[in-house]
Design a binder for this molecule. Sequence first.
Ligand code: FES
Ligand code: FES
Length: 165
Amino acid sequence: MEAEINCRLNGRAVRQAIDTRLLLVEFIRDVLSLKGTRVGCLTGDCGACTVDIDGSVTKSCMVLALSAEDREVTTIEGRTDIAHIQEAFVELNGFQCGFCTTGMVLTAAELLRDNPNPTEAEIRKAISGNLCRCTGYDAIVRSISSVARRVEDVRVLETGSKPMS
Ligand code: FES
Ligand code: FES
């Protein structure tokens, strides 16, 4: 059975007739051809399919495409504001094959938005729903941590003060 979906994806209106059983990750990859969102486990365990829906990271294999009706979906391709996080992953070897990186970067972006100066434990907790089979988590944590430090350095330069601890 088909139904029409109306949503916004990466800032653009999308209106499309789709199979009602289509998962959001399938809609993004197979219908809209946005391949930055990965398919891993399809059981909600790996986080490779992470996207942002209305400002919250969501595993897109766990929801039907139709659940995005009237919502704002942003994939890694639409996050032009987080190049600094991606650069940190490149500089500090936060990835090897890159399969998990979309989910890691989007999860890191949400964490740093809500908590600009997270502890290592907070970073590890935030990415606990994202699995990496290659790099090991130390380099990923270092990458995210370095973004937090740089943001803090800029803040100190701009305000000339360190935060109260
Ligand atoms: S593919 Fe969605 S969590 Fe693994
Ligand atoms: S870099 Fe390969 S799965 Fe994480």
